[in-house]
Design a protein around this ligand. Structure first.
Ligand code: GDP
Length: 434
């Protein structure tokens, strides 16, 4: 059976969806960064508005008063990338949908981290620019590696005394044995953190104040050590990419011209293939680098179409592998990854759709209980509101209200689709309602 023909068509293309997590050692700045990302993605859709420092600050305060839902299991937001004058941007001017899935930061919750890593397609791993790689982030890193989650590193707190971007960059390379490349280099550090160099697009920005982006200018306009640093980072990037990306390596060997768009495409391919880890530096606290970081999420982290489709097994025969297909027209299959008691809406089941579509009022089948339940309500969580939706599509993340007998890790699918997605490593009890 294919998707229900009565379901409305999806409102945006799947390749513009990013399901990401933000992972960090406690205190590295995950909450602050998430707040910033939500703020800019929830309130501001055009770069023009970002230039207005007053507007930004006002909104930020309102936002704080209302209390952002950053503790929610998954928040959906939208983003339009910054135009980089005259330089090719992969998805420029198109609205991107970014689902941020909460990855718990406390060391006791590594089971929860593992579980949330299963449903996200990419991650930002945050390090403190002073403390560098800390033991618990190493654990998170290894977990992300196990699930082959493509990562971007954000070296945060570059405004703090003792912050050292190069140190953390080297630390990441040495401790994790990965091919890391600098994509966004902070200009200055500590109280002299003033801007950023975009190594890929060869653009720089000097921030006007703590909330306001300045306008971008060419890297070639930089002088002295900064220019040398930008040039050496660009060379390193090119070398690392030519080393692992056949297409780019070939161009290099043939002495063909290599454009910025070639580099971006190769960096995207190799980040998704887990061959390369892009590293960015800045400060979430003062919003130096956060907006370019979100651009990088869109540029280099995968959409659900870029990763292998989820695999499961037959409910009756664990040796039979059952595949899903990342398409709205395929049989419906999803994973319940988090149960949540929301003080306004009640008991929510956050789920990730791997294939097919589901609408409000439809029945879902749970192969564990061998029972069907009706979807009472479907909602999306945004930075400051719940949105009732009619339909949820392949690759997307939302929450169901009104299911009674669901545990974390349950497969929810259409009846007669004999599939159980891999059970979570650590079974979770049924939620106790607050
Ligand atoms: P989490 O535990 O990883 O969620 O970290 P938080 O976001 O709660 O941040 C921990 C502390 O570091 C808070 O006091 C933040 O205000 C502060 N902080 C976060 N980001 C930055 C930053 O970029 N610069 C500075 N100086 N402080 C920061």
């Amino acid at each position: 059976m294919s998707a229900n023909p009565n379901h409305p068509k999806r409102p945006y293309p799947l390749e513009r969806t990013r399901n990401i997590g933000i992972a960090a050692h406690i205190d590295a700045g995950k909450t602050t960064l998430t707040e910033r990302v939500l703020f800019y993605t929830g309130m501001i859709h055009r770069i023009g508005e970002v230039h207005d420092g007053a507007t930004v600050t006002d909104h930020m305060e309102q936002e704080r008063e209302r209390g952002i839902t950053i503790t929610s299991a998954a928040v959906t937001c939208e983003w339009v990338q910054h135009p980089v004058d005259g330089v090719f941007k992969l998805f420029q001017n198109e609205k991107q949908r970014i689902n941020i899935i909460d990855t718990p930061g406390h060391v006791d919750f590594t089971a929860e981290v593992e579980r949330s890593l299963r449903v996200l397609d990419g991650a930002i791993v945050v390090f403190c620019g002073v403390a560098g790689v800390q033991p618990q982030t190493e654990t998170v890193w290894r977990q992300a590696e196990k699930y082959e989650v493509p990562r971007i590193v954000f070296v945060n707190k570059m405004d703090r005394t003792g912050a050292d971007f190069e140190n953390v960059f080297q630390d990441v390379k040495e401790k994790f044995g990965v091919k890391a490349v600098r994509i966004l280099i902070p200009i200055g550090a500590e109280e002299n953190l003033i801007g950023q160099i975009d190594v890929v697009n060869l653009k720089s920005v000097i921030y006007k104040d703590d909330d306001t982006m300045g306008s971008t200018f060419e890297v070639s306009d930089l002088e002295g050590d900064l220019l040398a640093e930008a040039e050496s980072a660009r060379e390193e990037l090119l070398e690392a990419l030519c080393d692992c990306d056949e297409e780019l390596g070939e161009k290099f060997l043939m002495e063909e011209e290599i454009t910025t768009s070639d580099i971006k495409a190769a960096l995207r391919r190799q980040t998704i293939a887990n061959q390369i880890v892009p590293v960015a530096g800045g400060s979430a606290f003062k919003n130096k680098g956060v907006q370019f970081l979100v651009d990088a999420v869109v540029d280099y982290l995968p959409s659900p179409l870029d990763i292998p489709a989820a695999k499961g097994q037959s409910a009756d025969d664990e040796d039979t592998v059952v595949l899903t297909e990342t398409s709205d027209n395929a049989k419906f299959c999803s994973l319940a990854f988090k149960l949540w008691a929301d003080k306004f809406v009640g008991k929510l089941v956050f789920f990730r759709v791997y294939s097919g579509t589901i609408s409000k009022g439809d029945m879902v089948y749970n192969p564990r209980t061998r029972k069907k339940e009706r979807i009472g309500r479907l909602i999306k969580m945004h930075a400051d509101k719940h949105e009732d939706i009619e339909t949820c599509y392949a690759g997307d993340i939302a929450a169901i209200v009104g299911l009674k007998n669901v545990q974390t890790g349950d497969t929810l699918c259409q009846e007669k689709f004999d599939i159980m997605l891999e059970p979570p490593l650590f079974p979770e009890p049924v939620i106790a309602m607050a």
